[in-house]
Ligand binder design. Structure first.
Ligand code: NAD
Length: 489
């Protein structure tokens, strides 16, 4: 499907700086591929360091007026952005599928979720309450104001090209910050479409700047060393997150980090097994497994392990794989060839160590998949402790299953990872569910539920899964500084 058939959405392929589409300063461009065919979908301007600093200039020029804009006005602009995204949802979803590869149903879910961040933060924009209290000594009042932190650099991954952008832009704009967004190079088109929507919604020039750039290291580093930049919000891998935390240290920049995950999915023998299998499919297969929240390790209590594995395998086998825009497709291609290589390497390592691939375990051999970046839905049983697949993010349609005997053992296995983003627990015993949820070292828990993402909830991780929370009321606090005024009265 050519991009020009997306009639309701205005497509940009240049940089968006200061309210205008502009080419890269050095004329550079790069290709964006359609993962279902490997063919070039569009070429996009490749932002340079000079462009990055121009984007910071634009954000700086707009900062004072935007911070001073009445909260109600900021709220109404965000509300209009939600309405426009909702009106254009079908085309935006197709655009997400075209550049990311995910099945259209997943893309539609993402666009609805993404738009909700604009609606939620339009409602939060008018609620940045401060505080006044009497000092314990009685000598003065303690007054606390919340003020925008300043220019924010936002760096987003390719797996949710719409939602990862709005989850940052929504609270930043509500708080009164101006931003420069650097989207992932695999999926810059959705972020650029978002810039146009925000422009139409009434966001003043310079408040939102979008800078696709293949030279991401140099471009982001230049911005983090510009003294006008006060905030970094990054979503991506833990590996790159560590690099950026070090970069941000030079200017002691306020950092929010949404990093990788390695989610355990615990199934106790007293669980409703139908619900557990349904939940497993959602937790594992939403977005084809390319989600930081994707269930990465299934720990199942011995009495139900065989049946759970069999039922999960049946569901995985029945999934319809193909180009994301095709009717009825439930599993699209992965984002690029590196992703396929990585998944295949992890599966081969597990199988060599003794695991059994009861479904899938390879790239599809059928000729019709040969040009795209596909991997078969896979269930691995008897995965051996120490297998790399239990330690690293798989980021693909692969479910490794491990058996456990005791509740304590399940919690210990679940927590034996450097990550702590999300865990899932299925049990029919509420007391056990709450006890285990409390014992799991992760920022979020799905209790008898395979989906935790919600614009109204604080999303984020512990350990090396990140710092800070996005979404909900807490999400806006990440873009606000507290200012305390000691008042003599
Ligand atoms: P990535 O870390 O490779 O890239 C993320 C972003 O950082 C991209 O925009 C990329 O261009 C940029 N980048 C890469 N190297 C950089 C550098 N040296 N300096 C500055 N910027 C750089 O991650 P990805 O492959 O795009 O996304 C997948 C990862 O994102 C997974 O680890 C996944 O778990 C994580 N993720 C986390 C969340 C969350 O909320 N915790 C959500 C989605 C994805």
């Amino acid at each position: 499907m050519p991009l020009d058939s997306l009639s309701s959405t205005e497509l940009l392929t240049d940089l968006w700086i200061g309210g205008k589409a502009v080419p890269a300063s050095d004329g550079g461009r790069f290709d964006v591929l359609d993962p279902s065919t490997g063919e070039v979908l569009a070429t996009v301007a490749d932002g340079s360091v000079e462009d990055a600093l121009a984007a910071v200039d634009a954000a700086d020029g707009a900062a004072a007026a935007w911070a001073a804009t009445a909260p109600r006005e900021r709220a109404e602009i965000l509300r209009r952005a939600w309405e426009l995204m909702t009106e254009q949802a079908d085309d935006l979803a197709k655009l997400v599928t075209l550049e990311n590869g995910k099945a259209l149903a997943d893309a539609k879910g993402e666009v609805a979720y993404a738009a909700e961040f604009f609606r939620w933060y339009s409602e939060e924009a008018v609620r940045a309450a401060g505080q006044v209290m009497t000092a314990p000594s009685g000598a003065n009042k303690i007054m606390v104001l919340h003020q925008p932190v300043g220019i924010a650099v936002l760096v987003t991954p390719w797996n949710f090209p719409a939602a990862m952008a709005t989850r940052k832009i929504g609270p930043a704009l509500a708080a009164g910050c101006t931003v420069v967004l650097k989207p992932a190079s695999d999926t810059p088109l959705t972020a650029l479409a978002m810039a146009k929507i925000l422009d139409r919604a009434g966001v003043p020039a310079g408040v939102v700047n979008v800078l696709p750039a293949r030279r991401s290291g140099a471009v982001v580093s230049a911005m983090l060393h510009d003294p006008r930049v006060r905030k970094l919000s990054f979503t991506g891998s833990t590996e790159v997150g560590r690099v950026l935390l070090k970069e941000a240290a030079d200017q002691v920049i306020n950092c929010s980090m949404e990093l990788g995950g390695n989610a355990p999915f615990l199934v106790f023998a007293d669980a409703d097994l139908d619900a557990a299998v349904e939940g497993a499919m959602v937790a594992k297969m939403r977005n084809g497994g390319e989600a930081c929240t994707a269930a990465n390790r299934f720990y199942v209590e011995r009495p139900v392990a065989e049946e759970f594995g069999r039922r999960l395998a049946e569901k995985m086998k029945a999934l319809r794989m193909g180009p994301g825009l095709d009717d009825g497709v439930q599993l699209g291609p992965l984002v690029n060839t590196d992703a396929v290589e990585k998944v295949d390497e992890l599966v081969r390592g597990a199988v060599d160590a003794g695991a059994e691939a009861v479904v899938g375990g390879r790239r599809p051999s059928d000729e019709k998949y040969s040009a795209g970046f596909y991997y078969e839905p896979t269930v691995l049983l008897d995965v051996q402790p120490g297998s790399k697949i239990l330690e690293e993010e798989i980021f693909g349609p692969v479910a490794p299953v491990v058996t456990f005997d005791e509740e304590d053992e399940a919690i210990r296995l679940a927590n034996a990872t450097e990550y702590g983003l999300v865990s899932y627990v299925y049990t029919g015993d509420l007391a056990r569910g709450l006890r285990v949820s409390e014992g799991l070292d992760s920022g979020m828990v799905g209790l008898n539920r395979g989906l935790v993402s919600d614009p109204a909830a604080p999303f984020g991780g512990t350990k090396q899964s990140g710092i800070g929370r996005e979404g909900g009321h807490d999400g806006m606090l990440d873009y606000l500084e507290s200012k305390y005024i000691a008042v003599q009265w």
